[in-house]
Design a protein around this ligand. Structure first.
Ligand code: FE2
Ligand code: FE2
Ligand code: FE2
Length: 184
């Protein structure tokens, strides 16, 4: 199924842009966190970068029949500072997605009866709620000069659901099986 309505298509393009930028800056901030002596915060950034890739992929595929160039307007956080500050950028970006962007995009997709876009926006919204919390916890540790105490991070490749230490038997958001989760 591919998107039919122009407004939802624009929101998919914008969301694709936002997710792409988030993916990239989390890799950058992850490398900076490692240099600062926070290998597990790097692990978290890299894992969540992969979740954002899953979201970008869903949005991109939903635009499958809309072939051709487009200029994309999207929100993105900038700044390459200390990890505490970079995490604030991450928190602000994720909060924007949870409190404004995805609820509005999801509402538009529901109004326009765009089932595929609803699925893509719903998946992203649920994962971003978790990302807010994980980045807030990481920032608390970084403020005290400490790395986070996690072993592994698992990402659902279908919806970006993000969980620390153990993958669930079945993804609570999309139903993907444990074996599909990517480990970081
Ligand atoms: Fe995302
Ligand atoms: Fe996120
Ligand atoms: Fe999932």
């Amino acid at each position: 199924m591919a998107v039919k309505n122009a407004m939802t298509a624009d929101f998919l393009r914008s969301a694709y842009g936002g997710e792409s930028a988030a993916h990239m800056r989390y890799l950058i901030w992850g490398d900076m966190a490692e240099k600062e002596g926070f290998p597990n915060i790097k692990r978290l950034f890299y894992a969540i970068a992969y979740a954002e890739q899953a979201h970008a992929t869903n949005h991109f595929k939903e635009l499958g029949e809309q072939v051709g160039p487009a200029t994309v307007t999207c929100g993105a956080e900038f700044g390459a500072g200390k990890t505490v500050d970079n995490l604030q950028g991450a928190i602000d970006g994720e909060r924007h997605e949870v409190e404004q962007m995805y609820p509005v995009y999801l509402n538009a997709a529901e109004f326009q009866n765009e089932k595929g876009a609803q699925r893509a926006f719903h998946f992203a919204l649920e994962a971003e709620k978790i990302h807010v919390k994980l980045f807030e916890d990481a920032q608390k540790s970084a403020r005290e000069g400490k790395d986070i105490n996690i072993q592994k991070v698992y990402i659902c490749p279908i919806c970006g659901y993000t969980v620390v230490d153990n993958a669930p038997d079945v993804c609570p958001v999309c139903g993907a099986k444990k074996e599909m989760f990517k480990e970081f």
